[in-house]
Unconditional design. Structure first.
Lengths: 110, 115
């Protein structure tokens, strides 16, 4: 059974703080790792698709790294803003289907 | 370009009733996926269509769930009869191609409440 773990479950930070979350996934038969940002009642929004060991991707203040040998990915948010408040989901791609973690719920206070 | 749309956004039904959820993928996307998130748990895969064919239905919980994609465009997911444990958010996603680097574009979900 493929299992994806995310930590922490939730995080409360002040505006301007930088933060990071962890996603752990099976290191064997790696295919791809997806990060999504999800606000309740809206569509999960794709942030990154990561495929290569050592990959680092960046979108504005958000960046992600990937280690396929040890089976983890980090998502970093620099200088958090209230509009960054959302649930951040990682998903391990197994052939075509996505296997999700339970997410990290981020709340940024002004 | 219009995104993935789902209808209805919210449905409340009684146990034993039937509900049909609809998903309209992004135009031209051959791959359509259904996922479900039960309260407090992770989003779980239900099934995958390539055009009108079911490619993988390993995540379908039981035979009370029926998914169709006639003509390879929109898809429906019918739950009959609904049970309390079917409550959750049902997401649809689409993708133009299969493969490692292609992201799946998600709709906003249908929140199903079975009372």
């Amino acid at each position: 059974i493929l299992n994806v773990e995310q930590s922490p479950q939730s995080l409360h930070v002040q505006e301007g703080d930088s933060t990071n979350f962890t996603c752990s996934f099976p290191s064997s038969n790696f295919y791809a790792l997806h990060w999504y940002r999800w606000e309740t009642a809206k569509s999960p929004e794709a942030l990154f698709v990561m495929t290569l060991n050592g990959d680092e991707k960046k979108k504005g203040r958000i960046s992600a790294t990937l280690n396929t040998k040890e089976g983890y990915s980090y998502l970093y948010i620099k200088g958090s803003q209230p509009e960054d408040s959302a649930t951040y989901l990682c998903a391990f791609k197994s052939t075509d289907k996505l296997i999700f973690g339970t997410g990290t719920r981020l709340q940024v206070f002004p | 370009e219009a995104g993935v749309t789902q209808f209805p956004s919210h449905s409340v039904i009684e146990k034993g009733q039937t509900v049909t959820l609809r998903c309209d993928p992004i135009s031209g996307h051959d791959n359509l996926y259904w996922y479900r998130r039960v309260m407090g748990k992770e989003i779980k895969f239900l099934l995958h269509f390539v055009k009108e064919s079911k490619q993988d239905e390993s995540g379908m919980p039981n035979n009370r769930f029926l998914a169709e994609r006639t003509g390879g465009t929109y898809s429906t997911l019918k739950v009959q009869p609904a049970e309390l444990e079917d409550s959750g958010v049902y997401f649809c996603a689409s993708s133009p191609y299969r493969g490692q680097t292609y992201e799946q574009y998600f709709g906003p979900g249908t929140r199903l409440t079975v009372t």
